[in-house]
Ligand binder design. Structure first.
Ligand SMILES: CC(C)(COP(=O)(O)OP(=O)(O)OC[C@H]1O[C@@H](n2cnc3c(N)ncnc32)[C@H](O)[C@@H]1OP(=O)(O)O)[C@@H](O)C(=O)NCCC(=O)NCCS
Length: 166
């Protein structure tokens, strides 16, 4: 029997998932999802500082009282709304939660004055790249050796005036 991630995911109704600003007591759950999703993690202190500085654009997805996804966005001085990290608990992927988190972060960053939304993504992360392209992000640059293991990143941008909601 195949054991692809897609088959392992639990089907849940998106209407039962709340997207809300993260709070300090969510940080451990965010770290759990981060560990399950990335080779490298941000130190807890940095996540706390990020939350303190960006309380409106560090969001979590909550289902049945449990945090199952997060997105960290911030507005840069050059008015780029940057997505620093986004991940969904592997058990709950494929339910539209990543899309819902990304859409809410984009909305909020544009409301805060972002002219563009930008992010970096591993060139091998086909699923995420497809998701971003569906949102209208364009690959504007390939950054050689961006990640500590040497992998390249695409720097992707979505102009705010091309965002029509998702
Ligand atoms: C990228 C990610 C946040 C998307 O979250 P998600 O909740 O699965 O997103 P959605 O349900 O909105 O689906 C978006 C896309 O994810 C992919 N996807 C769908 N089901 C999936 C599953 N069970 N497992 C993995 N990816 C799946 C598909 O490409 C889907 O697009 P499609 O609807 O055209 O098939 C999630 O896969 C994740 O946490 N990945 C690991 C961390 C990561 O790579 N983050 C991005 C770094 S730049």
């Amino acid at each position: 029997m195949s054991t692809s991630i897609r088959e392992a995911s639990r089907r849940i109704p998106l209407a039962m998932v709340a997207i809300r600003p993260a709070r300090i007591f969510d940080i451990n759950e965010v770290m759990r999802i981060e560990r399950a999703s990335f080779q490298e993690q941000y130190p807890k202190g940095l996540l706390m500082m990020f939350l303190e500085n960006n309380p409106n654009t560090f969001l979590v997805a909550e289902y049945g009282g449990k945090v199952i996804g997060y997105v960290m966005g911030y507005l840069r001085p050059d008015l780029e709304g940057h997505i620093m990290s986004i991940a969904v608990d592997p058990e709950y992927r494929g339910n539209g939660i990543g899309s819902a988190l990304l859409a809410e972060a984009i909305e909020r960053l544009i409301r805060e004055g972002a002219r563009y939304i930008g992010l970096e993504v591993r060139v091998s992360n086909i699923g995420a790249i497809r998701l971003y392209e569906r949102f209208g992000f364009m690959r504007v640059k390939r950054i050689i050796g961006y990640y500590s293991d040497g992998e390249d990143a695409y720097y992707m941008l979505l102009p705010a005036d091309e965002w029509r909601g998702n």
